[in-house]
Design a protein around this ligand. Structure first.
Ligand SMILES: [Zn+2]
Length: 279
C-alpha cells in the first residue's frame, strides 16, 4: 500500500454509487459522434468503437436519472472516495504547476464515482465502458468494480497503485483536453491518432507517478503495480484474450509493450515534454 495520507490536496469527487439509475427513454437524438475516452473496453466488442463511443447501451435514450438516497455503505467520505480524491488532488497540483509554467490556466476536472450507469455530459455513462473521461463536462467517470474485472478476467495483479494509474490516465485526458489535443482527435477520426492520444495519457500518468514517488507516497517496487496494469490493458493482450487473435489495425490504445514503454517514459523522465507521442 502506498502512503496516500501524505497527499494533502483533495480533488472534486462526487459519489453517486448505490443511487438507482433509471434511463429516461426517447430523449433527444445524438448528432454525430461524441468523443468519450475510455480506459479500454473489456466487454469484447469491436475495439475500434471503444474510444469513440461508450454510449453503446444508452444511445438514443440518453438521459439517466440517479434516484433515491445513497445506501449507508457509501455514506460520507468512505475509504475509496478519499483515495480517489487524494489521487485527483495530487494530479491537480502537478498539472496546475505544469500548465502555469507554460502560461496556461489549469481548470481541475471532476470525478464521479458510480455504479451501473449514470448521466454524463456525453450522454449515458455505463460501467461496461470501463473508466472514462468525457471532455464535454471535463469529468472522469469511474465504477471502481472495474478493477475486480481487470484482475479476474485480464490477469492484472491490481493494487492501489494500479488503480491510481488508471485514474491518472483519465486525468491525462483532461490535461489533453485543456491543451487542445482533443481537437486533434476529433478532427482526425483515425485509430492511429487514437493510439497516440492514449499513449500520451499513459505517459502523463507516468509523470504523475514520478511526482508522488518523489514525495515518498509510492515506495520503490510499488510502481510495478502500475506497469503490470498498463501491460494488462494493451490492445494485443485484450484481443488475444477476447477474440483469440491479434489485429493491430484495430488498436485504439496501443500494445502492452507500447503502453508500458510510454508509462515508463513519463515515470523515468518526470517530464511531460517527453510525452510527445505525436512525433
Ligand atoms: Zn484513455
Amino acid at each position: 500500500m502506498a502512503d496516500w495520507s501524505k497527499l494533502k490536496s483533495r480533488g472534486n469527487v462526487e459519489d453517486r454509487r448505490g443511487m438507482n439509475p433509471s434511463v429516461i427513454g426517447g430523449g433527444f437524438g445524438l448528432v454525430g459522434i461524441v468523443i468519450v475516452l475510455v480506459f479500454n473496453l473489456l466487454s469484447g466488442n469491436d475495439p475500434t468503437t471503444s474510444i469513440l463511443n461508450s454510449l453503446n447501451q444508452l444511445q438514443g435514450s440518453t438521459t439517466v436519472q440517479s434516484q433515491g438516497a445513497q445506501p449507508s455503505q457509501f455514506a460520507g467520505a468512505d475509504q475509496y472516495e478519499t483515495f480517489a480524491s487524494e489521487v485527483l488532488g495530487s494530479n491537480n497540483d502537478l498539472w496546475k504547476k505544469v500548465l502555469t509554467e507554460n502560461g496556461k490556466t489549469y481548470q481541475p476536472p471532476k470525478l464521479v464515482l458510480f455504479r451501473t450507469a449514470t448521466q454524463s455530459g456525453c450522454g449515458g455513462a455505463t460501467s461496461a465502458a470501463g473508466p472514462h473521461y468525457c471532455p464535454r463536462d471535463s469529468t472522469v467517470y469511474l465504477d471502481e468494480t472495474f478493477f475486480d474485472e481487470l484482475r479476474t478476467k485480464f490477469g492484472a495483479k491490481g493494487g492501489d497503485v494500479a488503480e491510481a494509474y488508471v485514474i491518472s490516465h483519465e486525468v491525462g485526458h483532461h490535461v489533453q483536453n485543456q491543451l487542445g489535443v482533443m481537437q486533434k482527435l476529433q478532427s482526425q477520426n483515425d485509430p492511429a491518432v487514437s493510439v497516440k492520444v492514449e499513449l500520451q495519457a499513459d505517459c502523463y500518468a507516468g509523470v504523475w507517478s514520478k511526482s508522488v514517488a518523489s514525495a515518498g507516497v509510492i515506495k520503490p517496487g510499488e510502481i510495478n503495480e502500475a506497469v503490470d496494469a498498463a501491460a494488462a490493458v494493451g490492445d494485443d493482450r485484450i484481443q488475444q484474450k477476447v477474440e483469440g487473435q491479434i489485429n493491430s489495425e484495430t488498436w485504439t490504445h496501443g500494445s502492452s509493450k507500447q503502453r508500458v514503454q510510454w508509462f515508463n517514459t513519463g515515470y523515468d523522465s518526470g517530464s511531460p515534454a517527453q510525452c510527445n507521442t505525436f512525433k
